[in-house]
Structure formats: C-alpha cells, structure tokens
Design a protein around this ligand. Sequence first.
Ligand code: AMP
Length: 548
Amino acid sequence: MYPQSPLMGQMMNQPLLVSSILDFAARHYANSEIVSQRVEGDLHRYTFRDCQQRAKRLANALHGLGVRMGDRVATLAWNGYRHMEAYYGVSGSGAVLHTLNPRLHPDQLAYICNHAEDQYLLFDFCFLPLVEAFAPLCKGIKGFILFGAADRMPAETKIPNLLCYEDLINSHSPEYEWPLFDENSACTLCYTSGTTGNPKGALYSHRSTVLHAYGSAMPNALNVSSRDTVMPVVPMFHVNAWGLPYSVPLSGAKMVFPGPALDGKSVYELMEKEQVTFSAGVPTVWLGLINHALQNKLKFSSFRRTVIGGSACPPAMMSTLIDEFDVEVIHAWGMTEMSPLGTAGGLLTKHLDMSKEEQRKILQKQGHAIYGVDMKIADDDGKELPWDGVSYGHLLVKGPWIISRYFKGEGGDVLENGWFPTGDVATIDPDGFMQITDRSKDVIKSGGEWIGTIDLENVAMSHPAVMQAACIGVAHPKWDERPLLVVVLRPGQDLKREDLLAHFQGKVAKWWLPDDVVFADALPVGGTGKIQKNKLREQYRDYRLPTA
Ligand code: AMP
C-alpha cells in the first residue's frame, strides 16, 4: 500500500460505511420523508427514522437466515421504500447488495445471479412471473423474499423457499447495532449492460460509495440540499440510481420514489403532488415527461433542476426544459464502472456575461470533472492529447470510486498504466469541460477519419418534426463506412428525407452529412433506457446507401 509518515494525524479513525449515512439522516433529519408510489398502487410515506428502523429489522432477519459479511443478496425491484431498506439493511450489515435489472432476459438474470453467487433474492411481487422463470436456473439461491405483505403471497408457486418480506421483518427487532468493519469491504455489486459478451460486475466498496455520495452531492455536481425534494427516476438497479439513495439522505432532502409508473403523465402528477424540486434520469424518460407537459399545456410548479445522463442529452431537449419550463439542466456523464458520476455540467463565473447561445454550448458538454475523478484524453498510441476543445481521443479516468478490476477478474487487467479506459471518445477544453463525441464502438470511420454520431443526432433532433434520432455507420465500398440516420418523427408529423438533410446544411462539415435517412416507428431501447445502436447496426447491416 502507501508508506506511513513518521507523524500520523490524530483524528478519530471511523470507517466510511454506508450505515452511517442512514444513521445520520435518521438522527439529524429524522422527519424528512420518503414517499413511494407503490407497486400495490397507492402512495406510501414515512420518515428516514422509520426507514432506519425497518432496515435494522431486515439486517436482523438476514442474520437469522444465515447471511454473513460478504454474502451477496440480490434485489429485483422498482424504486421504492422497501428497496431503500434493502440498500441499507443488506450493505449496512456487511453483506453485499446486488441490484438486478428486471428488463433483462431470464437467462441473463440467471447468468448474473449465478456469477454473483447470490444467496437470497428480494423482489417486487409484480416480478413474480419473471422470478418463476429464472429461479429454477439459480440453484445457489437459498430463498426468495417477496416485497409485500402476506396478502400478496401467491397461493401456489414454483419458487422454492418463498418468504414474505413484511412477515419476515416484523418478526425481527429493530434493535441492531450496525457492525463496524474495514471501509474497503464490498458494499454493492452492479453488472454492466454487457452489449458485447457477458455482463461484468463492478464491485463497489463502502468507502467508494460514501466518497461518491459526498462528491456527487456537492454544488458543482448535483447540488442536493435539505431544502430539496428529490425524485430518482433513474432506477435503483441502474448504477444505484446514480448514488441518490446515499447522496439524498446525506443531504437530508425529502425523497420521492416513482415505483413502476415512469410514463410522462404519472411522473408529472407525482412531481406536482409531492412538489419535487430535483430529479435525475436518462433522456428517454424526459422525452415522455416533456411530451406530456407540452401536449397538455402544463407547467411545473416546483420542479427546478434535473440531471440528465446515461446517454447524451439532445440540445433540443435541454432548450425545451430551460426555455419552456424554466428547469435547469445538469448534463452529467459517468458509467457503471465509475459508481457512476464523473462529470457534471454548469457555468463558470467567466461564462455569466456570455450570450445565451454561447452559454448553451457549454451546458451541452458533458461537464467538468467532480473532485475525486481525474481524466485525460489520449490517441491510439496512448499519447496524451491537449485540452484545446478540438483534439479528440480515448477518454481515460482514475479515482477512488472507479473500478480497478471487474468482479472475479473478468476481462483481465483493465487498467492502462493506472487509468481506466472508458471506451468513450471525447474532447476537453482549456477550462476542463469534457464533451463526448462518441462511444468508440459507435464512431463512424469514413475514409480513415472519424465522424462523431452524437453531433449528427443532435442536429437531427433540433428539427421540430423529429422526436428521436440515431446515427450508425453502414458499409460503403469507397469510404469503408458512411453515416445512416434512423429517425422517429413526432406524432402527426411528416418529413421528407431531402428536407431533413437540408436542415444539416451549414451545421456540420460537408463530409459528415448523413448519406441517407430512414424513418422508423421506434428505436430499440435497452434495459437502462439507452438506444441500442448494436441492434440498429445489425438491423441495417445490409443496407445499401445511395451511390450518387
Ligand atoms: P452505463 O455503464 O450503462 O451507465 O453506460 C456508460 C456509458 O454511457 C458511458 O461510457 C457513455 O458512453 C454513455 N454515457 C453516459 N452518460 C453520457 C452522456 N451524458 N453523454 C453521452 N454518453 C453518455
């Protein structure tokens, strides 16, 4: 490890454990609320103190079931208070919370559970059929715990050893001392979406999780305070809802969980009812909310700020949120391997006198590194590139909440001289603002030069008739690859290929212009709400571009 100084500091040596976050909220913001849209259909509300008591009951219950430090306990659930109790009851007791994505195929879920060696699985009762489908493939799971009361238990089921969560925790005491242990112990396990090969596990520690919660709550990042009401729309199975189940209690804010209802109308109504001030999610979710609000001529009475990440926030979406709804947009970037937050958007003092258009260009970048994350860009030979806002290269990162290897060493040594290669291609400007031009797998290689697809998609989506756009490289006899634009129009809109291509004139270099446009009814979307370009590439693999 690192050498020790002959003179060590004399501060209390308390390990950074996530249990301390819930204890802090329960003691110092005891009455801050957690409101949940339940799978049962109703709205549930209680306080951080109640959450702590039930998390402790769960910790006692798990101990009774034989779960010990380091054992993996999986969840398959929407965002809600019981899931929150599992976040703390499992990890706080020293076991490892493993969140599963219910949008995955049963075979993939079985692969992940077996790879993680999960011992128990806690799940929302709406996922009963899904659990029935993959439970027989997971022989290592000792028991399945249904998030619900006795009246939700099925009369008959194929699931072996099915337990009722409410009965289980109610038969255990809330008296429980969170154990103290090494802060580097594993805390949660989250698998990457695995678009190539099998999913790989990122195993976060208590230390990395607490530091990430501190770092991400700061003003230059998500800026969460005790005066906020925060709705994590991003699922708790997508990189721990970007750390909000930790950064929100640490800030003492009120939490609102949307449960399974993620359509625009449901999200809007819950936001208004609970006076949500801040939220977080991927662009596809905001698309639904914005469409609902625009179609029904609605405004937000409390919603002031949102973080958008997971894939690039289209500038048109940012403009609508800011100009039509007065909602500040924090464009953020990160990945499963980074817990996930790496950068967050915002303006520096020197930007405040700039025109609105110039400011927008800065806000549209993926943002500035937050303390804890260092980054650099490099060429194919690993040579570092300048921060001039123009040179683009492979983005590499390092920091205490970035993985050093995948769970069980999958994929071998992943670091390059101590840096984690993100697989993204980016520029960094002299002020340190990073902009993703593409995922290296998605970049279009035309005549030896690179064409970034995000720029082309953003131009397409700035056309008023376009709702969604994805750009992919298609084989070309002369240039290797050329861009094909796949577009979904807004309902009731009609647009000709030529008119959309004319919209690109003057906005991108001539040789970047898409060679063709196809109109689709929908784009394939993956388990975390991102457009699946690998599927699109597959679909259009034999597409013949016009040769003229
Ligand atoms: P995941 O681990 O599934 O969250 O995916 C991480 C990847 O999503 C990153 O490596 C990026 O390619 C992409 N991503 C995340 N946030 C953004 C963003 N704001 N803009 C563009 N791409 C993003």
